[in-house]
Write a protein that binds this ligand. Structure first.
Ligand code: UDX
Length: 462
């Protein structure tokens, strides 16, 4: 298949003259009300488009309509509330009703790792595609927003042609690059918007109109081939995961040779070709995207007999690292954790989310419990989700309660609330003054003044 780069518009959005039958105000349907679907739907509505969000889960739809969000995402409840009140954002469980009259239907359903082989499970995407095309009453553009492996758009197109040969249905890839916790800002002020098409003028015009409001934010809208767009998403996440894993290995080396990883990160990051972002050493990456997407890219590489060996290694190194953090804590306790109490601050894979998927805390808890330690934990938003995943852990009400009588205090997730804790007060209530800072947020001098023996990532503390 020949891939074309269609009208690349880098360096600023350029208005696209709509085809005759394309309006400025768009009717958009969003299938799936998870992170991606709900944030994207609410943001499109905030731009003035008419948006219908569809989800099979009636309980979820009812909760959203009554103002309870299914996920914790800063600002989302307000954004949903104001746009729903203005009548631009509506919800339904009925796909057929939702797609009626839509200019574009976005598929934002889950693509979990398939059990056993690590491939992305596309059954929800294809099921949604079937339901959409069966319900369509006019030509429309179907957009895959979920992260889908190369070639998924081709299969959705095949489904559309097979079920509805009577209709002009265009299939487009428009991967999301949202970070949890910062998703609304990322959507409204993206570094770029990537749209992959097979060259249909109509699809290009519809997508240009949908993203026209972003021209105010100078967001580059990049058109490319559909398979290329699908791969861009995986390549971006794999590159970022590689960057994190690289600095994590440098951190280990720093500890061994007596260097400081934060200065190494700054020293290399000031080179514009490298860039300073995503060079924070820590307990390894987690979340709903990096672990799943790196694994899926590895599988795609293997399937096409073009192994992506760097990413294969990144996946392995990151998996091993999470458990190694447990051993680091045991070492800080003097090598024996039996009967000791370890207090964890933060459980989610990063701050400002309640997401526990592939969080390093899971492997850390496992390693500590295997070593005979008792674990207590506090997380501002993640405890309800975490509790059933780690039944042996005692969840408490705040950081000070966690530290009470503990033999080690471990900062796992760098929530703001943990950044300015009273270290002296914490130390005074502990059985042993051991502090393990897996995100390097506490100044060594302050920890020392509080009487803590401090362990960090990527530096030896005297
Ligand atoms: C990521 C991508 O950033 C986003 O573009 C994509 O759409 C989805 O995946 P997200 O998973 O929400 O977003 O989180 P992100 O902020 O990127 O962090 C991912 C993980 O990497 C976290 O576990 C975080 O703690 C870790 N990380 C990140 C580091 O350990 N060091 C860093 O320097 C940056």
């Amino acid at each position: 298949m020949v891939l074309q780069c269609l009208a690349p518009m880098l360096g600023g959005f350029q208005p696209h003259h709509p085809a005759r039958d394309v309006k400025y105000h768009m009717k958009i349907t969003m299938i799936g009300t998870g992170y991606v679907g709900l944030v994207s739907g609410a943001c499109f509505a905030d731009f003035g488009h008419d948006v219908v969000c569809v989800d099979k889960d009636a309980g979820k739809i009812a909760a959203i309509e009554s103002g309870r969000m299914p996920i914790y995402e800063p600002g989302l409840d307000q954004l949903v509330g104001s746009n729903a009140a203005a009548g631009r954002l509506t919800f339904t469980t009925d796909v057929a009703a939702g797609v009626k009259g839509a200019d574009a239907i976005f598929i934002a359903v889950g693509t979990p790792s398939r059990r056993g082989d690590g491939h992305a499970d596309l059954s929800y995407v294809y099921a949604a595609a079937r339901e959409i095309v069966e319900a369509l009453d006019a030509p429309a553009v179907i957009v895959t927003k979920s992260t889908v492996p190369v070639g998924t758009g081709d299969e959705v197109e095949r489904i559309a042609r097979e079920l509805r040969p009577d209709l002009d249905i265009q299939v487009v890839s428009n991967p999301e690059f949202l970070r949890e916790g910062a998703a609304i800002g990322d959507f409204k002020r993206p570094d770029r918007v990537v749209v992959g098409t097979t060259g249909s003028e109509r699809a290009i015009a519809v997508m240009s109109q949908i993203y026209r409001p972003l021209s105010l934010n100078q967001a580059p809208l990049m058109f490319t081939g559909r398979r290329t767009a699908e791969l861009i998403k995986y390549a971006a996440n794999a590159f970022l995961a590689t960057k994190i894993t690289f600095i994590n290995e440098m951190a280990d080396l720093c500890e061994a040779v007596g260097a400081q990883v934060q200065d190494v990160a700054r020293g290399i990051g000031l080179d514009n070709r490298i860039g300073s972002k995503f060079l924070h050493a820590g307990p390894g990456y987690g979340g709903s995207c990096f672990p799943k997407d790196t694994l899926a890219l590895v599988k795609t590489g293997q399937d096409y007999d073009t192994p992506v060996r760097i990413v294969e290694t990144v996946v392995q190194v990151n998996d091993l690292r999470k458990r190694a953090m447990g051993r680091k804590i045991v070492k800080a306790l003097g090598g024996d954790a039996r009967g000791r109490t370890v207090a964890l601050l933060g459980l989610t894979f990063k701050p400002n989310t309640d997401d526990m998927r592939d969080a390093p805390s899971i492997a850390i808890v496992q390693a500590l419990e295997d070593a005979g330690a008792k674990v207590v934990a506090y997380d501002p938003e993640g405890m309800a989700v975490a509790a059933p995943m780690m039944p042996g852990v005692t969840m408490v009400g705040d950081a000070y309660e966690a530290a009470q009588g503990a033999d080690a205090l471990v900062l796992v997730t760098e929530w703001d609330i943990f950044r300015a804790l009273d270290l002296k007060r914490l130390a005074a209530s502990m059985a042993q003054k051991v502090l393990v800072d897996l995100r390097n947020i506490y100044p060594a001098a302050e920890a020392a003044e509080a009487g803590f023996a401090l362990t960090r990532v990527g530096s030896q503390v005297a």
